[in-house]
Design a protein around this ligand. Structure first.
Ligand code: PMP
Length: 446
């Protein structure tokens, strides 16, 4: 990467970086989002660190919204990509058979499917997470001949119309422009609506021919809701859901788009519950390098697709296959499950001991390297978390806000982050929460 020289804009040309704010405002749609929370311009990145054009180094506790579990430019993954390009390997491959795809599928079988006894087949979908969700819904509908889907309050599954129909956030739903139908929402295991036993309701409704709820094709669930505010479903709840789906012949889709690829410790978050989903949606970190790739894992008996039923030009991003195969090797060889368990204990202890200790209304929740600091009881409007995020950014740490009114600060550092960087990020967060509370005049409750 070339550093941008801020001193010499060249004759007659506005310096690209100085003109940048204006450029985005002028040319890029108002729909842009993350860049508003992190108002700088980035150039290089390595591991858990991003560097801005002004030279400032940032600790990345957002990690591409979960697409960078193995950090930015992981050396082993990058090397594999560079070698592929240097050797004129295919880059675009539709769904052709290629050496890169074969290597990825073999690695997936060896590292993920076989050790877990998962008999699932692999469907490559369009490149983003929402594409995997669309394919999963279509498949469940095709396989069962039914059309309904059950989803959970607080759930997040993407922004294309099918997936958006199963996404709970009202702001996101309102942008659809059409009615979003065929999805019944029930309360999740935990979170604001958890006083209601959603699964008991679902069981009762499905058993009552006059409940008004038809037998659905599928239930879609996150084993840990990330965007919904970091809510960790208890294993027993997931087991109940599995049993309910078995009882009624409903396809259980577990959305591992954010929680997969080692984010919560094990490769999939559902492993905590010892359940086997019928369908798993995977994306984000499956390419290990931030490259777009999505896939659906499906039980072989659900593979009712006819050739070409579900197509897409970008189902064969060869660099993503190459990087993904290397990343799976990294996950296994570097024992990232164990590394994450150790880091998680440390992160949990510090968040509980130092952040939650500010005020007993602060809740910290999480598993693995997916944690949330819930400030909703201090300020349900979300301005407190906005201030925390802004202070953290000023101090060089990038954190996102999620949950109802964005009242939860979400921590999503790369799994490969060093202990020093992890501690440095937590130090900033502790200071930011304390300062934001003081600025807001909040009197702590011990
Ligand atoms: N499902 C979950 C659980 C997600 O977290 C996301 C993205 N945040 C998606 C689906 C949608 O993925 P994408 O943004 O790549 O379409």
């Amino acid at each position: 990467m070339h550093a941008i020289d801020l001193t010499d804009p060249g004759p007659g040309e506005p310096h690209p970086d100085r003109a940048a704010d204006d450029l985005y405002e002028r040319l890029e749609s108002d729909v842009r989002s993350y860049c508003r929370s992190f108002p700088t311009s980035f150039t290089t990145a390595r591991g858990a660190r991003l560097t801005a054009t002004d030279g400032t180094s940032y600790l990345d506790f957002l990690a591409g919204a979960g697409a960078l579990n193995y950090g930015h430019n992981h050396p082993r993954v990058k090397q594999a990509v560079l070698e592929h390009i240097a050797g004129d390997g295919l880059v675009q491959g539709l769904d052709l058979h290629t050496s890169a795809k074969a290597a990825f599928l073999s690695a997936l079988e060896r590292v993920v499917l076989a050790p877990r006894g998962l008999p699932h087949k692999v469907q490559f979908t369009g490149p983003t997470g929402t594409d995997a969700v669309e394919a999963a819904f279509k498949l469940a509908r095709l396989a069962t001949g039914r059309s309904g889907v059950v989803a959970f309050s607080g759930g997040y599954h993407g922004h294309s119309l099918g997936a958006l129909a199963a996404t709970a956030n009202r702001q996101h739903r309102a942008a659809a422009g059409v009615a979003l139908d065929r999805v019944t929402f029930v309360p999740y295991a935990c979170g604001p609506a958890a006083a209601f036993d959603g699964l008991a309701y679902l069981e009762a409704a499905l058993g009552d021919t006059h409940s008004g709820i038809d037998l659905p094709a599928a239930v879609i669930v996150e084993a840990v809701q990330a965007e919904g505010g970091v809510w960790v479903a208890p294993p027993q709840w997931l087991q109940r859901l599995r049993a309910l789906c078995d009882h009624h012949g409903i396809v259980l889709i577990v959305d591992e788009i954010q929680t997969g690829c080692g984010r919560t410790g094990p490769f999939f978050a559902f492993e905590r519950a010892g359940i086997v989903p019928d369908v798993v949606t995977v994306s984000k970190s499956i390419s290990g390098f931030g490259l777009p790739m999505s896939l659906v894992l499906l039980r072989p008996e659900l593979d009712v697709w006819q050739p070409g039923d579900h197509c897409g030009t970008f189902r064969g991003h060869q660099l993503a296959f190459v990087a993904g195969a290397a990343a799976l090797e990294v996950f296994a060889d570097d024992r990232l499950e164990e590394v994450t368990a150790a880091n998680a204990d440390h992160l949990a202890a510090r968040l509980t001991g130092e952040v939650a200790a500010f005020d007993r209304r602060i809740a910290v929740r999480g598993v693995g390297m997916l944690w949330g600091v819930d400030l909703s009881a201090l300020d349900p409007s979300g301005s407190l978390t906005r201030r925390v995020g802004a202070i953290a950014f000023d101090e060089g740490v990038i954190v996102e806000r999620v949950g109802r009114n964005d009242t939860v600060v979400k921590l999503l550092p790369p799994l490969v982050i060093g202990r020093d960087d992890l501690d440095a990020g937590i130090d900033v967060l502790v200071t930011a929460v304390g300062k934001a509370m003081a600025d807001a005049g909040i009197v702590p409750l011990a």
